[in-house]
Ligand binder design. Sequence first.
Ligand SMILES: Cc1ncc(COP(=O)(O)O)c(C=O)c1O
Length: 445
Amino acid sequence: MNVQQSNFSANSLEAHWMPFTGNRDFKADPRLLVRSEGVYSWDHNGNKIIDASSGLFCVAAGHGRPEIADAVHQALLTNDYTAPFQVGQPTSFSLAQKVANILPEPINHVFFTNSGSESIDTALKICMAYHRAKGDGQRTRFVSRERAYHGVNIGGVSLSGMVKNRETFSGVMPNVVMMRHTWREDNKFKRGQPENGGVELANDLERMVQTYGGSTIAACFVEPVAGSTGCLVPPKGYLERLREICDQHGILLVFDEVICGFGRLGAPFAAQAFNVTPDLMTLAKALTNGCQPMGAVAVKDDIYETVTSASPDNAIEFFHGYTYSGHPAACAAGLATQEIYERENLFQRAADLSEYFLDAVWSLQDLDIVTDIRGIGLMAGVDVAMDGAPGVRGTRVQKALFHSGCHIKFTGDCGIIAPPLVSEEVHIDEMVEKLRATLVKEMEG
Ligand SMILES: Cc1ncc(COP(=O)(O)O)c(C=O)c1O
């Protein structure tokens, strides 16, 4: 890019090593957003781009909400930073209570982190601390799933079922075993929860119990809908069966709701959408509408009480926390965001828009290049046929789509559409029309 031609003030793009990005490729053909409002952003050349993935599944209430910006501004002017260990500040308690109000019972305690990845590592440690406090410290094994994405810290990578995210990083946590993923050929193009295989796939956990012993397993981590891998909706009966097996063997069930949480499925959380209550939930992204880095782990009363009552009086009960846990600016953003969700009834709005959205996405199934579509609520995965190595076509389509005015997050050859919950039907039409046009061009070569 000739930076002189834009309103971009850096002299070079080289210093910033970008995350999950082909750096060389990006720097030769940059895709820079400089302004965002509602469901649109504008790039450095002035092109308007519709945001069909809510950024990275964060911006549920739409971009540029002044209520959130004002709340963060006020927080920084009033009380910019408070040490969060052995001292506190009021807004973290308010936000924890506000989130607890919409969590399923009896999940009423919230530990703050700064990202989804930190939430996963925190949840792993809470599981260990809980079992140890109960005198069950031999439970050291964790169960995860193929194609899982649980962030990028060492704990999350150990639970990861996506090969590129883990193959370079040998020596990740031992004692993690994998269930099969939930994609099945015979469920292709099924909308909502597929019919086939739910109980059979969940019985993988029972096989882990039979192989390793239920009393050695600390927890089973799943994304209720596997998001980053391409929106794999759990088949009917799957989550219920996992819950049953966990209950039989004292295994904690953890739902990673980093994407599903805060209305994406038309309910506050996937736990309510599927009517299955886990023991712990990991949260992030739409907690603050993406406006401040923040995550959280929500736990059942029994977990909080067991861990906090296992230590002597005056002792720290859980040796874990971050310098920025419950940061005032993040809490202000979180509170303002939650107020918007409430005031604008956005979770219900997502539920109401879901049929229209899924109809629109399913209209793409006539294209030969589309090999599968899955979706629920306001989230869908569209698989495109591979062209050579995995991900080559997905990356090409994602870039072409951006240049035609639409942002969709691709993982490999799957585009994951997750519009902001404030989207209107015309926005859904625009997203899907742009995707169709780009796919048709791709097919024509
Ligand atoms: C299910 C899930 N868990 C964890 C994470 C990690 O979150 P973060 O990128 O905020 O660390 C993500 C991110 O996409 C996610 O989708």
